[in-house]
Design a binder for this molecule. Structure first.
Ligand code: GUN
Ligand code: ZN
Length: 437
């Protein structure tokens, strides 16, 4: 048995905040502690109450005055796009064809996939992100590299071998049968191994023939509990072309619905330009719209109506994500900073409690994993991030005038990055690259 006592200011959400001052929506302990035992949170509360539950020789780590939160969650990222980030393109389709597809071809080389996998995990843990939902490339070896590295790190990761059989370079195409066979092989090899989860991953309707979509439907039926991830309604040219390719479908969302992919635990990247009918269909099925703000701004894709879609009579579940490499930052703080600005442009308010809820419990709920990650609740996995809102000279100066938790969170969101991440714990183990233990 290994046991650690971690002391600091605890913040963990209980539910979505109803308004900017919703004190009931979260737990906050000014002098709190977590007792971590064998990778799980064994006790949480005021330090004075948790300390007596620890063994006499239990190591104690004092992170005061820093904030302790659940590890951050990123619900949409492309693991093979670390060397695509910051590519200069006019729009989504140009960016995919000019930079992204050629780069992903390199993942046919196992050694390359393994090198980038190492870098990927280093970077995510540096940013305080302990769970990510990742697209690998079309090559099975890329999924093998991703999950093997996740197993080594002990992380809870969700990933999938991309299925795509048209409208991309030859080196990135599988076939309906190969996509099916290799996805099954990845599931058998990696799903449930360590903390790994496999997602069924048709890239998007443009790069899958109807025959391949039918195969994804078979997989979805054979594995009803698995996550599904794909892209939806990101860019107007993309929407037009997609609807031309599937002329019988009512709209873009209906394509996925026809192949049985609209369901709980199905994650639809972007979903910016949905009609009312599409939003209703998403809401009724329990599918998730994954908001990727830095990507949407970087590629000029559009302004996702986050607040409006949550306010609907039939609200759509929303997750948040970086979408590296269409996204321009690995940081979930930067991600929510841009989400905030998008809502500003739409005349809406996104308060700091909501932002931090989305990065933690909100994303865990969207993934149907809130019993494992996203909170500091007893019995959950000890994925934890320690944050310093005074990490840089500019932040320190601004912190002098901060008088509330909400203001501190807003400062972290607006000026914070990996320098604000003091430590990242994965299943109770200090794991931030370069951090002092
Ligand atoms: N649509 C299909 N593939 C991609 C991708 O890799 N990134 C983004 N942003 N959109 C996509
Ligand atoms: Zn994407």
């Amino acid at each position: 048995m290994t046991e650690t006592l971690i002391r600091g200011r605890l913040l963990s959400f209980r539910r979505a905040p109803g308004h900017a001052g919703d004190r009931e929506s979260y737990l906050y302990e000014e002098d709190g502690a977590l007792l971590v035992r064998d990778g799980k949170i064994a006790a949480v509360g005021p330090y004075a109450e948790v300390k007596p539950k620890a063994g006499a020789d239990t190591a104690e780590i004092d992170h005061r005055p820093h904030l302790i939160l659940p590890g951050l969650i990123d619900c949409h990222v492309h693991f093979p796009q670390m060397q695509v980030i910051a590519s200069y393109a006019a729009n989504l389709l140009e960016w995919l064809n000019t930079y992204t597809f050629p780069e992903e071809c390199r993942f046919v080389e196992t050694a390359h996939a393994e090198r980038i996998a190492t870098q990927f995990f280093d970077e995510f843990l540096r940013q305080g992100t302990t769970t990510a939902v990742a697209y690998c490339s079309v090559h099975k070896a890329s999924a093998d590299a991703f999950f093997a590295e996740s197993l080594r790190r002990g992380t809870l990761m969700i990933g999938g071998k991309v299925m795509m059989d048209r409208n991309a370079p030859q080196g990135l195409l599988d076939t309906p049968q190969l996509g099916y066979d290799e996805t099954r092989a990845v599931i058998e090899q990696w799903h449930g191994k360590g903390r790994n989860h496999v997602a069924i991953t048709p890239r998007f309707a443009i790069t899958s023939t109807p025959e391949q979509m039918a195969m994804t439907q078979t997989l979805a039926e054979e594995f009803p509990d698995l996550h599904i991830q794909t892209h939806l309604s990101e860019n107007h040219d993309e929407i037009r072309y997609t609807c031309e390719l599937y002329p019988d479908a009512t709209d873009y969302t209906d394509i996925y619905a026809r192949y049985g992919l609209l369901r709980k635990k199905a994650l639809f990247g972007h979903a910016i330009h949905l009609s009312d009918r599409e939003a209703d269909a998403m809401a009724e099925s329990g599918a998730v719209a994954v908001h990727c703000p830095t990507s949407n701004l970087f590629l000029g894709s559009g302004l996702f109506p986050l607040k409006a879609i949550q306010r609907r009579e039939k609200p759509v579940t929303v997750a948040v994500a970086t979408d590296i490499g269409g996204g321009s930052s690995y940081s979930m703080f930067k991600t929510m900073d841009e989400a905030y600005k998008i809502q500003q442009m739409l005349g809406e308010r996104l308060n700091p409690l909501e932002s931090f809820y989305h990065m933690t419990l909100g994303n865990a709920v969207a993934l149907d994993l809130a019993d494992r990650i996203g909170t500091l609740d007893e019995g959950t996995d000890a994925d934890i991030v320690v944050l310093n809102a005074a990490a840089t000279p500019a932040m320190r100066l601004r912190m002098e005038t901060v008088t509330s938790l909400s203001e501190e969170l807003f400062l972290l969101q607006t000026l914070g990055d990996d320098r604000s991440v003091v430590e990242t714990y994965v299943a109770g183990k200090a794991s931030k690259p370069g951090a002092e233990a």
